[in-house]
Design a protein around this ligand. Structure first.
Ligand code: FEO
Length: 394
């Protein structure tokens, strides 16, 4: 159990067992569920954890209480990875008052049958625990409609729910002690895949919360890392960049392939871009789970999407990616298209239609080849790579 500040302790858990977050996204570095205990005249737990690691959380609460009663359970967010263990807390401490947003009240009943001792709090309302005062900021759709943040006034700690979160378990829960090279990419992957769909709401909400000028010395999100001192500004800026779709001068190539012909096209593009010192990454959609691809696409100024035709449409592996990209991942990007027509084409046309419908800027000329790339096809692909490189910084 780590001390965050005077009176505030980390009682979260580290999950290395869940393979797929939301049963969709791979977790090669695991995920943490942060929860906190405020040890004051009145005692409070801020957020709960997912059931899989519930025991460590419950024993931490019991250790901190040391025979006392638990007075308050604050639930900032009802997604079960942050609320499920409330069921066990309620069994152990039936008199504890659950504080949540008004929208979370029916969800507590629907999810867990909990109706007793539930109290909706309002934005700006305060609660004294003794030395510490809590207040709340409502942040609907960061990431669910009932989401709220809790602010510990005297300690200047913001419990920010899903905002400023990330995937991963690292050598420390404190960002300023973490040495992992994966920290930033796991934050981007979390943002782009879990809350990217509501990025414009996050942007507006962060503007509103920051505009309140609350002095913030520590940010405690529900996943990722705890940010202290100058780290607070760093993660705030990272999240603002992500929510405003600020891209970097790099290119991501994402392709699907059935028998290797479209892969040959992707390789020609990749080699040409590399030869010209372009920062480029390439993904075969059958080999890399899409959350990694989406994360790179989110920050790439230019994207090249390539798929074979499949019964006159887009190959299913690319269709899966497009479904996720539809959530706004291509805002502020330029996209080029390539593909393999098999017997009568359709892959390139399908991707182009998707891009037009989603009002995405496109490179002028797509390349669709039939079968193995010929010398003429190679020349067309090199032209496409040149167009993509020229679109950087524009
Ligand atoms: Fe892990 Fe939306 O919560």
């Amino acid at each position: 159990m780590k001390k965050i500040t005077d009176d505030i302790y980390w009682i979260g858990t580290k999950d290395t067992e869940t393979k797929l977050f939301e049963n969709m996204f791979e977790l090669p570095f695991g995920v943490m569920y942060h929860a906190f205990f405020i040890d004051d005249e009145k005692t409070a737990v801020i957020d709960c954890v997912k059931n899989i690691t519930e025991d460590g959380f419950i024993s931490a609460v019991q250790e901190r209480l040391n025979g006392r009663d638990l007075d308050y359970i604050v639930l900032n967010h009802m997604e079960p990875d942050h609320s499920l263990a409330v069921t066990r807390l309620v069994e152990l401490y039936p008199d504890a008052r659950i504080l949540c947003s008004a929208k979370a009240v029916p969800m507590l009943k629907n999810f867990y049958g909990i109706e007793e001792n539930v109290q909706a709090v309002k934005e700006g309302e305060t609660l004294s625990l003794g030395k510490n005062t809590l207040t709340w900021v409502m942040v609907p759709m960061v990431h669910w409609p009932e989401s709220m943040m809790t602010y510990a006034v005297e300690q200047k700690v913001l419990f920010s729910t899903d905002a400023f979160g990330g995937f991963g378990i690292f050598n420390s829960i404190f960002a300023d002690e973490v040495t992992s090279e994966h920290r930033e990419s796991e934050t981007v992957r979390y943002f782009a895949n879990i809350v990217g769909k509501v990025s414009s709401i996050i942007d507006k909400t962060l503007g509103r919360v920051l505009g309140m000028n609350l002095p913030i010395e520590v940010i405690c999100p529900s996943h990722g890392l705890i940010w202290r001192k100058e780290g607070v500004g760093k993660i705030v800026n990272e999240y603002i960049d992500l929510s405003q779709h600020r891209t970097k001068p790099k290119i991501t190539i994402a392709y699907s392939t059935m028998y290797g012909n479209n892969e040959q096209s992707a390789n020609i593009l990749f080699e040409e871009l590399k030869k010209n010192q372009v920062d480029v990454k390439m993904y075969n959609l059958s080999e890399t789970e899409k959350s990694f691809v989406i994360a790179d696409i989110w920050q790439s100024e230019v994207v090249l999407l390539g798929a074979p035709a499949y019964y006159g449409g887009v190959h299913p592996k690319m269709r899966e990616l497009l479904m996720k990209l539809e959530e706004g991942a291509l805002m502020n990007h330029t996209v080029g298209v390539f593909g393999n027509g098999a017997w009568s084409g359709g892959g390139v046309r399908g991707i182009e239609t998707f891009l037009k419908e989603n009002k995405v800027d496109m490179l002028e000329k797509s390349v669709e080849i039939m079968g193995r790339p010929t010398e003429e096809d190679r020349a067309a692909l090199i032209e496409l790579a040149k167009d993509a490189a020229a679109a950087l910084n524009h």
